[in-house]
Ligand binder design. Structure first.
Ligand code: ZN
Length: 138
């Protein structure tokens, strides 16, 4: 069995952002030379997500509104977590959007559905954040 590991770094200019990382992960699969197996991708942080959905700007605005309704950023003092930090909302948003994705690798390619795209979801950005890519197979 072959194994591949890579750590990507993202640094968003805004507190929240969604970045389509599908092409980057396809490149990782090529680099790994693994034809049949599984790809795991997760942020190495607890205020960011990796998730699969549609690459459609309207939907991304809808996600922002939906997440702000459930866990609004402000006022900061509404959260017990916000003492030394102001990112309680980011922890909650990440929990809603999930931690990781696992995608099948078939014939050397990501075996995604027609409209499935992989995103990095940042909820407490403006700093370096690491994302792990692990691929196993043969
Ligand atoms: Zn925190």
């Amino acid at each position: 069995m072959k194994s591949y590991r890579k750590v990507l770094t993202f640094h968003t200019k805004t507190r929240r952002a969604f970045i389509n990382i599908t092409r980057i992960l396809e490149e990782c699969v090529r680099e790994s030379d693994i034809k049949e197996g599984l790809l795991l991708c997760n942020p190495m942080h607890i205020t960011a997500s990796v998730f699969i959905n549609d690459d459609e700007p309207g939907l991304h605005k809808d996600f922002e509104i939906f997440l702000e309704k459930l866990a609004p950023e402000k006022p900061y003092d509404q959260y017990y977590h916000n003492g030394y930090e102001d990112n309680a909302d980011a922890h909650l948003k990440r929990t809603i959007m999930g931690r990781e994705v696992v995608v099948a690798v078939t014939d050397g390619k990501l075996d995604l559905g027609t409209w499935e795209r992989i995103f990095y979801g940042e909820f407490d950005g403006k700093r370096d954040k690491r994302v792990l890519v692990k691929i196993i197979g043969e």
